[in-house]
Design a protein. Structure first.
Length: 311
């Protein structure tokens, strides 16, 4: 008998445990981004529709003070308001001026043109300009809309918030790296994006691939690395007459003879290169060396190809 009672108690406990609701799972998922409500600003064109009084509807350009001039009710300040908020303000004004009864004052506002809520994308992008801020916009979306970055772009983006222009945000951005760096950053109406120009060093003369090489900003560029990116030297290179030309703070150019042969053999320290440096590799039969030769080679201007290393 006792055995049956014990078995019954155990069965009841099991049924009770199964009937209890499972504890809620704890998740650390970040909240989904929300599209910001666009606000009216100076220069915007708004369309006001009065449903029960179409004669009172119209299109109005917001002036520099943030006001629109609406027939019968005069100036209405709408800057800084969303379309829904502006509609309620206009309804209230028609009632206050005793033009409409509360039951018949139904206004909707549509922002037909945005003059102040676009997002500016500038710098080293292929199509700089102001792009619409409708919906949820991410940094990558806007740079793609601007045609992507140029070969001379730095591996970063500078985002200036409309509400905090004194504190721009700098983020790493390099979609072409072996491990792409693309921040998941939401951009809001009125923000601006700047892709700065990267530093460039030039390797010119008797090398396999003469041109400019973009400084990544994360790894220091040295003469040996720059020469490797240029594919190395050709035959008949004058290793004792290699010139490094650097622009000084006062604009003058200074040429220094580099012991390239000793550097490549590990018998002399490698030399760090700076933005704008020119490494000129002459042939053994070249008589003109120094600043004149290096600058003359670099003076090709747009004919100098730019290359971007992938890290």
């Amino acid at each position: 008998m006792a055995r049956k009672i014990a078995l019954g108690i155990a069965l009841c406990c099991l049924l009770f445990a199964c009937s209890r609701p499972a504890p809620a799972l704890q998740t650390d998922a970040a909240p989904a981004p929300v599209a910001p409500a666009l606000k009216i600003g100076p220069g915007d064109l708004i369309e006001v529709t009065m449903f029960e009084n179409p004669d009172l509807s119209g299109r109005y350009r917001v002036d520099q003070n943030g006001d629109v001039e609406i027939a019968l009710i005069g100036h209405v300040h709408v800057a800084g308001l969303t379309a829904d908020q502006a509609g309620r303000v206009i309804e209230k004004r028609f009632v206050q001026e005793q033009i409409l009864q509360p039951a018949g004052a139904h206004a909707t506002v549509f922002i037909a043109e945005y003059a102040s809520q676009g997002i500016s994308v500038s710098g080293e992008v292929k199509t700089p300009g102001v792009y619409p801020a409708l919906g949820i916009r991410k940094l990558q979306d806007l740079i793609i809309a601007a045609g992507g970055v140029t070969v001379a772009a730095a591996s970063k983006a500078i985002v200036t918030r409309k509400d905090d222009p004194a504190h721009p945000l700098t983020v790493d951005y390099n979609p072409e790296a072996l491990k792409p760096v693309i921040p998941d950053l939401q951009i809001f109406p009125g923000d601006s994006i700047l892709i700065p120009r990267a530093g460039i060093v030039y390797v010119l003369g008797n090398v396999q691939r003469s041109g400019g090489f973009v400084l990544d900003g994360r790894d220091q560029m040295t003469i040996e690395k720059a020469l490797a990116l240029a594919g190395g030297t050709n035959h008949s290179t004058s290793m004792n007459q290699v010139q490094l030309v650097r622009t000084l703070n006062d604009g003058r150019k200074e040429a220094v003879t580099i012991p390239l042969g000793q550097i490549l053999k590990g018998k002399a320290p490698d030399v760090a290169m700076k933005d704008g440096d020119i490494l000129f590799i002459p042939t053994s039969n070249l008589k003109l060396v120094g600043v004149q030769a290096a600058v003359a080679a670099a003076a090709l201007g747009t004919a100098v190809l730019l290359y971007r290393a992938t890290y």
